[in-house]
Design a binder for this molecule. Structure first.
Ligand SMILES: Nc1nc2c(ncn2[C@@H]2O[C@H](COP(=O)(O)OP(=O)(O)OP(=O)(O)O)[C@@H](O)[C@H]2O)c(=O)[nH]1
Ligand SMILES: [Mg+2]
Length: 448
């Protein structure tokens, strides 16, 4: 209840303070709206036959999903409780057209995916406020191409929506884990996404002995440090399904973290708020770097303008004072120059006409040159190496920039001369204030 109240409060605040900023930079801020209206989601992914469906059956308490040794399932199955008056199974074609569900975005992947998308409606109180998604097992890279849709991209889309992602692998096929992980990693918030992924090594009862298990675990850890680029290894749940475990082998003393894993899954709805905050965090950081780059661009624009202005005004004033002296010596016009008039030879306003013409003409020419050459040169110089618009002093910022540089370049490319006067600094302050103030306050509240 308290969480629902907090969610509404966050959403209102975001809509009021942050959404208009996204609009200013022509950036999309709809994912929060659409993705989070539905119930919390747990996504189960991993290589084929890693035991995903077996785990789901165990969590739900019935054999709702088919299991088997060969690649068994090639569909994304959303399992939830939608109420008794809804059909037991809802096909993908209905799901992608229902605006109340968060699956409309999968329409773009075409018929091949739609026919491999299904919602199973079960009778369970627990699943009234939660959905679990079983996914087709990851095959090898060449077979993946035959699915008829971009499996990795679709996996990434599901991962973005999920409040908890369970990444399963079995001791025999740790190799494919790298691809699966990178597919989802890019879609998650850079800073805190690790909380959202649980790593599980399943079917460990199939290891012949403890040294076999340790070897598999070691291989996995090595693979994982390669994937994450980090030396510290996140917790890997070591589990097996006691329902199907090889009973003629004594596995009683085998590590078994199945209960904890299942409890984590049950607790996933509690992660929803964290997910919302992480998503705001990720999107705000993206906006911030675009805003920083735009601020630097306008700063350069104003600096260049001020240089142009100084030279032009200097020239203009020079011509204001001496322009008529030059024309006088060349073509004897005007007969009386401004300086001689001011020296007391009878000043009249007519003496100002030519100097003012020179002054205004120079200023106008200066502006035309700035528009036609100066600003264009600035644009092309900036776009030739946009990365020095922002400081990229750590890996996080580098990744962020890789993701957002295209958007920034598009904005700069489309900017007009007058845009150099836009006040990005004010926007930056608002973003920082939200990140360091409001968002931090909510994170703290959630953790307390
Ligand atoms: N020994 C043992 N067998 C398991 C365990 N978990 C699953 N299995 C078996 O492994 C096979 C594959 O399990 P599934 O649950 O179908 O695997 P999956 O990940 O859903 O596979 P796909 O749907 O093909 O991607 C089945 O025959 C299961 O009975 C386990 O912990 N120990
Ligand atoms: Mg399966």
């Amino acid at each position: 209840m308290l969480e629902a109240k907090m969610q509404t409060e966050i959403q209102n605040k975001v809509n009021k303070k942050i959404a208009p900023l996204f609009a200013k930079y022509d950036m999309d801020f709809t994912s929060l709206e659409s993705g989070m209206k539905w119930k919390p989601i747990v996504l189960i992914i991993g290589n084929y036959s890693s035991g995903k469906s077996t785990l789901i059956n165990e969590i739900i308490g019935t054999d709702i999903q088919r299991t088997g040794q060969a690649p068994t399932d090639d569909a994304f199955t959303i399992i939830t409780s939608e109420g008794r008056n809804r059909p037991e199974e809802v096909p993908g074609s209905t799901l992608i057209n229902d605006d109340l569900l968060p699956f409309v975005k999968f329409k773009k992947y075409g018929e091949k995916l739609t026919s491999h998308l299904i919602l199973k409606n079960i009778d369970s109180q627990l699943f009234e406020n939660m959905a679990i998604i079983d996914s087709p097992g990851m095959l090898d890279a060449t077979t993946e191409k035959d699915r008829g849709y971009d499996y990795m991209e679709v996996l990434g889309e599901f991962a973005k929506m999920a409040d908890l992602i369970v990444l399963m692998f079995d001791p025999h096929k740790a190799g494919t884990i790298k691809e699966t992980y990178s597919a989802i990693r890019n879609t998650l918030p850079e800073k805190s996404g690790e909380d959202r992924i649980i790593f599980v090594m399943s079917r460990i009862d199939e290891c012949d002995n403890i040294s076999d298990l340790v070897r598999s675990y070691g291989t996995l850890c090595w693979n994982m440090s390669q994937m994450t680029g980090r030396k510290d290894i996140p917790h890997i749940y070591l589990t097996y399904s006691s329902n199907v475990a090889n009973s003629d082998k004594s596995v009683d003393w085998w590590p078994q973290e199945r209960t904890e894993l299942i409890e984590k899954v049950y607790a996933a709805p509690g992660l929803r708020l964290n997910h919302i905050l992480e998503d705001i965090d990720r999107q705000l950081n993206e906006l911030q770097i675009v805003c920083e780059a735009s601020a630097e661009f306008t700063h350069r624009g104003r600096k260049l303008f001020s240089k142009f202005a100084k030279v032009t005004i200097g020239l203009g004033l020079g011509l204001f004072c001496f322009g008529d002296v030059i024309t006088n010596s060349l073509i004897s016009l005007p007969r009386q120059t401004l300086i001689s008039a001011l020296r007391g030879e009878g000043f009249s306003f007519m003496n100002l006409v030519l100097p003012l013409f020179f002054l205004c003409g120079t200023l106008a020419i200066g502006m035309v040159i700035f528009n036609a050459f100066g600003f264009k040169q600035l644009l092309s110089n900036t776009l030739a190496d946009s990365s020095d618009l922002v400081s990229l002093d750590n890996e996080y910022r580098k990744n962020l920039w890789r993701k957002m540089s295209g958007k920034t370049e598009e904005l700069i490319q489309n900017s007009k001369v007058k845009d150099i006067w836009l006040g990005h600094t004010g926007n930056l302050t608002k973003i920082r204030r939200f990140l360091e103030g409001d968002l931090k306050k909510y994170y703290d509240k959630l953790r307390s």
